[in-house]
Write a protein that binds this ligand. Sequence first.
Ligand code: PEP
Length: 254
Amino acid sequence: MKKQFIAGNWKMNLTLNKARDLAKSICEGLADSNTVDVGIFPPFVYLKDICDILQSSNVFVGAQNMSMEKSGAFTGEISGEMLRDIGCTHVIIGHSERRTIFKETDHIINSKIKSALLNGLCPILCVGESQKERDTGKTDEVVDGQLSGSLENLTSEQVKGLTIAYEPVWAIGTGKTATPDQANEVHACIRNIIRKKYDNSTAQSVRIQYGGSVNSNNAKELLGQLEIDGALVGGASLDPDSFLDIVSGAVRHA
Ligand code: PEP
């Protein structure tokens, strides 16, 4: 049985006090439920506080990005070792905003994943097509290219520990969600790509989240799809009631 994994990407939002309150509300709302994995991804500067608040809870804390470098003269960067040192367990890598605004390539994303794994962090690798790529029938090809580049030279054991987030760029922050069928179809394609590159057990082990305007109204149906193992939630993760509603819509798949 695979547990669903619901992750909240807070992006560049909140003040320290609001971030602390949100973390506490999520933790209290979950009580000691452990049927779903839940993780939150606050901005870097709040991570240590949130890690301390959630230390003895079952909520994972992770970063929204990290450096591919180990240490040294990289002004403004944060390493995997630093994240691990303050208590993070996860890191989002290759979010579409990093790919488009900060020009991160699959090669950079591949180096970041390797560095995360070396530091004992569990990466959430984001992939997904633009509206134009979907309209021209290129979704599968785009996702295949992103996975090939991002997973280069990773072993099947390493890939088994990853979470992949399918996030169609046209659905992120737009209020436009992929239909459950559309999302399920691309998830099945991603699993097939992993099966071809590795093997069936790797394809079955890797968790694939859907991300893109997930909210408390659409989560249950999306999460009920066979190939969907969780959600990466942006906007709706900033409201504790919405986020907890999404968590309660998560089900287990065999
Ligand atoms: C995201 O930031 O990964 C995301 C999916 O955002 P939203 O839920 O706001 O579309």
